[in-house]
Design a protein around this ligand. Structure first.
Ligand SMILES: [Zn+2]
Length: 100
């Protein structure tokens, strides 16, 4: 996560917030000036939210890429197994046929 964290309390305009450990739109933030608390999405500036959304997109893409690769490998394994089986069967058939 490289996003710079910048936030503002929607109630008292306090701007001094420490970045939370996890930058996620659902993280709870508390304003130490007025005590207002809510989700990060309420407090964070647009640039911060943009960064978080970009990060979520990047992670989603990586997850998808991994899952697509796993599916491709699983599909290839199935095809190969079937082809190997078909070849074994063909060889067996040929060898049986030659003995008849
Ligand atoms: Zn406040």
């Amino acid at each position: 996560m490289t996003t710079d964290f910048s936030a503002r309390c929607p109630r008292c305009d306090n701007r001094s917030f420490e970045p939370p450990e996890t930058l996620d739109v659902a993280v709870e933030i508390v304003c130490h000036v007025c005590g207002h608390h809510g989700k990060l999405v309420e407090f964070a500036d647009l640039a911060t939210l943009d960064g978080i959304v970009d990060d979520i997109k990047k992670r989603a893409r990586e997850t998808l890429r991994t899952q697509v690769a796993q599916l491709a490998v699983a599909g290839a394994e199935k095809i190969l197994r079937r082809e190997v089986d078909a070849k074994v069967h063909a060889d067996l058939l040929a060898s049986v046929q030659s003995q008849l």
